[in-house]
Design a protein around this ligand. Sequence first.
Ligand SMILES: C[S@@+](CC[C@H](N)C(=O)[O-])C[C@H]1O[C@@H](n2cnc3c(N)ncnc32)[C@H](O)[C@@H]1O
Length: 199
Amino acid sequence: MTDHWAREHLAESILDALAAAGKDLNALTVDDLAVTDQFHGGGKPATTRLAKLCGARPGLRVLDVGGGLGGPARTLAAEYGCQVIVVDLTESYVRAARMLTARLRLDDRVSHRVGNALDLPVDDGAFDLVWTQNSGMNIADKERLYAGFHRVLRRGGMLALQEPMAGPREPPVFPLMWLPTTRERIDWPELARTGAIPT
Ligand SMILES: C[S@@+](CC[C@H](N)C(=O)[O-])C[C@H]1O[C@@H](n2cnc3c(N)ncnc32)[C@H](O)[C@@H]1O
């Protein structure tokens, strides 16, 4: 899965592009970055909508699972005052995310860790909110994924999620954002056997 997402020099490329567009790199905002770092359907407006739905507010301890380049985490920190830990499997994303967070001077409220959503590197019951956008779509073992969310949430905590879901048109038409392979190369019997698609 990291092969699918990994890209080198991401933060540098993003900052170069913003500089070329005339942005002051010493005064960047989450909105300046949003076109590049809100890596899910609906972009930043979807993040804002989800944040409002779950009552994001100052001091809320948030774990962003599969948080990518950190756009949603920085939004939760800068605009809602949350404290956010981001866990992502892809090292090059985590490196870029750290650079962007430092550039926005949000590193006192947002930190980034390399880690697997199926084995979250955080303490039990440590979060008020588990947040995840377009990341569970990469992970077949939903039972283990959700058990991990439950483990790290405090009692009465909340799960906020945005995911593509199977719709009435099955099987899905490839390539898809979480699976670039072409339809012909897919092992359909294997997908059906594992329950990834309905039989
Ligand atoms: C489409 S991006 C979404 C990034 C971010 N949530 C956002 O909305 O901007 C999917 C992310 O899931 C991460 N990911 C995939 N499988 C993962 C896993 N098992 N554990 C942690 N992160 C994972 C990828 O590295 C990638 O950053």
